[in-house]
Design a protein. Structure first.
Length: 440
């Protein structure tokens, strides 16, 4: 083909637009990121943003549905909390600064964030998405294909050539990435893919689910993405005591479209949850640093035991160097394979300190089998086709004492029947099991 994409040539550098955005985002920050996370501006002297006349050390909770006006013909800055609320404005302004976005939006969950984003495409449009996705994302994309006529093409987004081939196959209106992917912890080269998409399909929107890294470790808008979104329920909150989603948008024009959808659909985050999320974000750096340290120890321990471990902080990870170029750390989520589904079930059920639960990002350590829980909504034949092992165990590492986590995991392995390698002991029978299913 004469016009075949030369991936090496077309993605050798970021576009000028993305580079300009990176510089502008850096200029908005006064301090290093860990400091900016703690520094919530309560008053903008220039009058361009949030304003609290009392300069409260903690942002007030404006727990109100509506605001009284002083005029019958003109409304003030706020009139109805569906459209805007001062507590939400503080949170959104803070998240825009942290994410390097022109604007940020707080909504009711991570899936709400994706639902809002998907309303930017319409019937007959085509979306490229990964083949290793969170189960809820896969479920929504399937629903939109059936009921809204939005066509999703699942490809290996860790392979830039595969994305290029799909761009050549026909019109593309959105590219949806996870990196690292959930649960196999594969890495998509956001920088190269964003440049490629913007060159070959200039009107296409590049979207990244950055939940697993958080803005502390990875800022994909600076890598060329148009939209970055998070399940705020996870690392941003850190305590699993609220549901929230955050959307960061690179361009002001695209942000206007996102804001319109949120107001029209009425899915903006309520004042109290905004306050909780803003409080959680302040401790993101210290939590993530501790969780990441623990995760590195756990990954090394499991690899030494002979398991196949998926974690970008291990030099054995096939995309170790790529991830180091994109992010500031490997994060605190990892997965490993045992080679035996029943052995995996016994390991999960033998853990004491590790809670059996979906989700990740909280201060407590969690353990789960994705094919039984977070990804159970994906049919088994599709999981097999996408090479999602039924035996894979996902660990979401918390802030506990690392020695306690390792000791509990070691005990669970021994109780489950593991020898010094990743094989089951012959004398340990398979425990009876009722499969856990989840609608998450």
């Amino acid at each position: 083909m004469a016009d075949t994409i030369s991936v090496v040539e077309s993605v050798s550098s970021l576009t000028t637009d993305a580079t300009t955005h990176t510089n502008e985002a850096a200029q908005r920050r006064r301090y290093r990121l860990a400091t900016e996370l703690v520094s919530v501006d309560s008053y903008d002297e220039a009058g361009n943003g949030v304003r609290d006349p009392y300069r409260a050390a903690s942002v007030p909770i404006y727990q109100t549905a509506t605001f009284k006006q002083t005029s019958a013909t003109q409304c003030g800055e706020y009139d109805y909390s569906r459209s805007g609320n001062p507590t939400r404005s503080h949170l959104e302004s803070h998240m825009a600064k942290v994410m390097g976005a022109s604007r940020a939006f707080a909504v009711t969950s991570g899936m709400t964030a994706l639902d809002v984003i998907m309303r930017l495409v319409r019937a007959g449009n085509h979306v490229i998405a990964g083949d290793d996705l969170y189960g809820g994302t896969n479920r929504l994309l399937g629903f939109l294909r059936e009921h809204a006529g939005i066509h999703t093409h699942h490809v290996d987004t860790t392979n830039v050539e595969a994305v290029a081939a799909q761009l050549e196959a026909g019109p593309v209106h959105m590219v949806l990435l996870e990196t690292p992917t959930n649960p196999m912890i594969r890495i998509a080269d956001v920088q190269r893919i964003a440049t490629l998409v913007h060159e070959r399909s200039p009107d296409a929107i590049v979207v990244v689910d950055n939940t697993m890294m958080s803005p502390f470790l990875q800022r994909t808008l600076n890598l060329g993405a148009d939209i970055e979104y998070h399940s705020g329920t996870k690392y941003l909150s850190g305590h699993h005591d609220l549901m929230a989603g955050v959307i960061g948008v690179r361009s002001a024009a695209l942000a206007e479209r996102v804001g319109f959808v949120i107001n029209a659909a009425g899915c903006g985050l309520g004042p109290f949850d905004c306050w909780l999320l803003l409080r959680g974000v302040k401790t993101l750096a210290v939590r993530m640093e501790r969780q990441q340290r623990n995760a590195e120890r756990v990954a090394q321990f499991l690899e030494q035991r002979g398991f196949r471990v998926h974690y970008p902080g291990l030099p054995s990870h096939p995309q170790y160097e790529l991830h180091r170029r994109l992010a500031d750390g490997p994060g605190a989520v990892l997965s490993f394979e045992t080679g035996d589904t029943q052995l995996s079930e016994r390991i999960v059920e033998s853990a004491r300190l590790w809670g059996i639960s979906v989700s990740f990002g909280c201060v407590n350590s969690l353990i789960s089998m994705p094919c039984r829980m977070s990804h159970a909504s994906i049919p088994a034949e599709i999981r097999k086709a996408r090479q999602l092992p039924e035996d894979v165990i996902r660990l979401c590492v918390g802030i506990e004492d690392g020695d306690d986590l390792l000791e509990d995991l070691d005990r669970a392995l021994r109780v489950a029947g593991c020898s010094s390698t990743n094989t089951a002991s012959e004398e340990t029978p398979s425990a009876p099991h009722s499969p856990v299913t989840s609608t998450v």
